[in-house]
Design a protein. Sequence first.
Length: 277
Amino acid sequence: MNPGAISGSWGMPEQLGSFALQAVIQSALPDSCVTVLEQVGSTNQWLLDSQPSDRLDHFCLALTQSAGRGRRGKDWQSPVGHFYGSASLVVSLPPSALGPLSLAIACTVAEVLEGFGVAGIRLKWPNDIQIDGQKLAGILLELPPSAPNARSNTERGQRVVVGLGVNRVPLGESVGQSATSLTNVLAGDAPSLEAMASRLWAAMRDCRSVFESHGFAAFEAAWRERDCLSGQDVTVLQGETRWVGRADGVTSDGNLRVLTHDGSREVSAGEVSVRAA
């Protein structure tokens, strides 16, 4: 089935149970393994613990999470109605080449959401998808632990788990940050979970193929077009150290480039938190 064939399938997640959701999504993603769970601690952790040995892509969707998390271990609120999904993809590149993959994924997710009618999407380095400064979605990329007897990652490809959380329905008052949802930006007509999963994961597979062949260079223009930090004054929190500068886009390695009085500095996603000054 072409993922676009179910693009008009809208409605609340309660209209399809987990088994029906799984069947619909699986049919849209041939040569892959799809699991839909009523509840799980974390879709990322579920796939990390599964450690599949084959080269198929594995996808996990949960109707709710009890231990969802974001970057740097932060909790991700996970009530029913939102999109909580993770993709375990085999990427035929060494781990050292995967730095900018999360940025490429962010560009891909933005394009899919725009295809659903969402306008004004901006990307906040390294992993937030925003509209008018409000968070709509977040991405968390993790590498499974290597098995002791596994062949080198360079030879066999690196399995990467990409978690994606999208605020789909109205949010509660306890979110704790400025956020919005698909229901808000689409005037109440949010896409169904099966439509979102089918399109997003199919697009991630395409993104993986392009990234393997051309690296981040194939996504740089799309990132620049949506980069909400470029040209903005930012505060960088690096451990106990705080410094300021002006964001100047990203490097080919996916690092944030920041101009300071002492020259240009590169910031790695795993090291810092960046806030608008």
